[in-house]
Write a protein of this length. Structure first.
Lengths: 313, 346
């Protein structure tokens, strides 16, 4: 009989846990894999039934995503010189020619500017506010904190009309600044509350030691508090980015041209030349990447245990 | 390097008064040990001098300059915290460099290296310089924490129980080392401790605090031999002073309620010698004998009161034996615990 340990789980428990984790991972990852796969299918493959798991990969979806195309009559096509590039060849197979680039690139850049801009602003303001709430005597502190949290209790869309009118008056409609401000306003309550929790966990002794070591409070904040709050800042930043990156309702309402983000743009692809699922899947794949990369880059901070070990508890 | 004067300092946290009207002059170059139970205001005193707390009333002078209102950085003090407070995101070397790199000191890189290596050698942490501060043991953390104060050249060192979590040998080494450093630098050092050996061996002055009051301030011997109250008498001494009803042994002065007898101030009459068993002695029973090696402690029963005393390391006394004792230099205290003057025999 093998030794029995209270703290170590038994082999059987480990197996069950492993199977559960793998099952859950599959359930969540299959739709994402399906999107990536669909992006590399041809339009007929993408709607074939039964669905094709093994297929001949094609870049048609990506070509369609980044271009606008015109259908030509056979005789006009025959009159054209042979295609000069691989992507022209793909388009030519469908009896079309490339008319110009699509607006997906601009929309994607808009998403990056607005998503990362509002995340940065939320974290910047949120960290300062959270530090203030955590360390200083603020009159009516609890009421203020509750007020900040309460902005999150109402569904943002409930104030869509007033915001729409206000933005039109202020000239913020369809501008990058307008969207950054809006997403920051929504995210800041989350940022303040999460970051306050993280900063509360950092013992004051560190700042006091830095004050005695000859630093000002602001320098102590920069050199001692910020590095230790990195874990909290990273996870808060991911939450803020995911919200502003995926936000759809306000983006539809407030942006149409210059500042339109990717989420309201992607559904419009479907209308161009029938049900172009590979192009939609290609757009979704590209759209997923930044948040994925951002999360992977910061995962060290997310996973790292809390390093508050140097103060005797 | 600097004289510290506290003048009528009062500090309250909400309804709790931590320090009550404290007046204290710490001479330049003194090594002061602050004694007192938890909550007596020792740490608060250090924090007030360092500038981490502002007094509600009173003035603090460092080197003749009123520092109330100055930031900790402007006061040029170094502090060792009871919780070591090493910066967890930095290595040991970076922790030691931290004060030297402050905008106030702006030390040159060569000097930083030299000073850090010097201090690391003294504290025996050279082999740990490149470790993360979170990877250290408690004793190592505490040494780094002391090191962070020593790399600087401040006017005042403040130390909050810096040796409390070290093992006995290191503690003894560092006790000597700290005293040597303090003497070499001629620095003024305030030191909070519970340990009577630390207070007696290192300090030039001892301050005893009780509920925010400074009850007595003087040399360690003065505090030990001439305490102003029963409270002060019980702060120093190991084994602790015996506090007994005043009339238990001999005749007390009027209005004395209790008598304090240091364990070493109890004379023992050799049991066989009838001539020595005379008036002025009291018969006791030995309850327990503790052989400590260099000395032996006797726990006696004296008319129902426990009395502890010291005796010869190789004593033949055993539990149940009868022993006659006679007090020497008794300290008498009145009902309020205050010392009755004149009660001390030379």
């Amino acid at each position: 009989m093998s030794a029995y340990s209270i703290t170590e789980p038994s082999k059987r428990v480990k197996w069950i846990a492993g199977i559960l984790v793998i099952t859950y991972a599959l359930v969540t990852i299959v739709p994402i894999l399906w999107i990536f796969a669909t992006g590399f299918k041809t339009p007929p493959d993408s709607i074939s039934y039964p669905p094709k798991v093994i297929f001949q990969p094609s870049l048609e979806g990506y070509v369609n995503l980044f271009t606008t195309r015109t259908r030509l009559a056979q005789e006009d096509l025959d009159a054209l010189p042979p295609p000069r590039t691989w992507y022209e060849a793909i388009v030519r197979n469908r009896n079309m020619v490339i008319a110009g680039p699509s607006r997906f690139g601009e929309r994607f850049v808009n998403s990056v500017i607005i998503g990362f801009g509002s995340t940065f602003l939320s974290i910047f303001l949120g960290t300062l506010a959270a530090y203030g709430f955590s360390r200083f005597k603020v009159p009516l502190k609890d009421d203020l904190l509750f007020f900040i949290l309460s902005t999150r209790m109402m569904p943002p869309v409930a104030v869509a009309i007033p915001i729409f009118l206000m933005y039109r008056q202020l000239g913020l409609s369809d501008t990058h600044l307008g969207m950054i401000l809006l997403y920051t306003a929504v995210n800041i309550s989350l940022a303040v509350w999460l970051l306050k929790g993280f900063i509360d966990e950092i013992p004051r002794e560190y700042e006091e030691a830095a004050l005695i070591d000859g630093y000002t409070r602001f320098q102590a904040f920069m050199k001692v508090v910020l590095p230790q709050a990195a874990t909290g800042i990273a996870s808060t930043a991911i939450f803020c980015l995911i919200f502003s990156w995926n936000e759809y309702a306000f983006a539809v309402l407030l942006t149409s041209g210059t500042a339109q983000t990717a989420p309201p743009f992607i559904p419009t692809i479907i209308g161009v030349g029938g049900l172009d699922w590979p192009a939609v899947a290609a757009a979704a794949s590209i759209f997923l990447l930044p948040v994925m990369i951002f999360t992977i880059l910061l995962r060290k901070h997310l996973l790292r245990g809390i390093t508050f070990g140097a103060v005797r508890k | 390097m600097a004289e510290i004067v506290l003048n009528g300092i009062t500090k309250a946290f909400g309804a709790d008064i931590a320090i009550r009207d404290m007046c204290l002059t710490i001479p330049d170059g003194a090594f002061v040990a602050l004694l007192g139970p938890t909550g007596a205001g020792k740490t608060t005193t250090l924090r007030l001098i360092s500038g981490l707390e502002a007094p509600d009333m009173g003035d603090i002078f460092i080197d003749g300059r009123n520092v109330v209102g100055d930031t900790p950085a402007q006061r040029n003090v170094a502090m060792v915290f009871q919780q070591y407070s090493l910066y967890p995101h930095l290595t040991v070397r970076q922790n030691l460099e931290f004060p030297l790199k402050s905008p106030i000191l702006k030390t040159s890189p060569a000097d930083i290296r030299r000073k850090v290596d010097e201090v690391a050698t003294v504290l025996q942490i050279t082999h740990k310089l490149d470790s993360k501060s979170t990877e250290l043991s408690g004793g190592e953390m505490q040494r780094v924490s002391i090191g962070r104060a020593l790399v600087r050249d401040p006017e005042i060192y403040l130390m909050d129980e810096p040796l409390s979590s070290l093992d006995a040998k290191l503690r003894a080494d560092l006790r000597v080392e700290l005293k040597r450093i303090q003497a070499d630098l001629g620095a003024t050092l305030l030191y909070v401790t519970h340990d009577q050996i630390e207070a007696m061996t290192m300090a030039t002055h001892v301050g005893v605090l009780d509920k925010g009051h400074l009850v007595q301030f003087g040399s360690p011997r003065e505090i030990y031999e001439n305490p102003v109250s029963e409270y002060v008498a019980t702060r120093l001494g190991l084994p602790r002073i015996n506090i007994l009803p005043a009339d238990l042994l001999g005749t007390p002065p009027a209005n004395a309620k209790t008598v304090g007898l240091r364990p070493e101030n109890i004379d023992q009459m050799s049991p066989g010698n009838k001539a020595e068993v005379q008036t002025g002695t009291t018969e006791t029973t030995v309850k327990r004998v503790e052989h400590l090696g260099d000395q032996t402690r006797l726990h006696l029963d004296c008319c129902g009161h426990a009395v502890t005393t010291l005796t010869n390391a190789h004593t033949a006394l055993a539990t149940g034996d009868t022993l006659h004792i006679r007090p020497r230099n008794p300290l008498y205290f009145d009902t309020d615990g205050n010392r009755i003057s004149g009660g001390v025999a030379p």
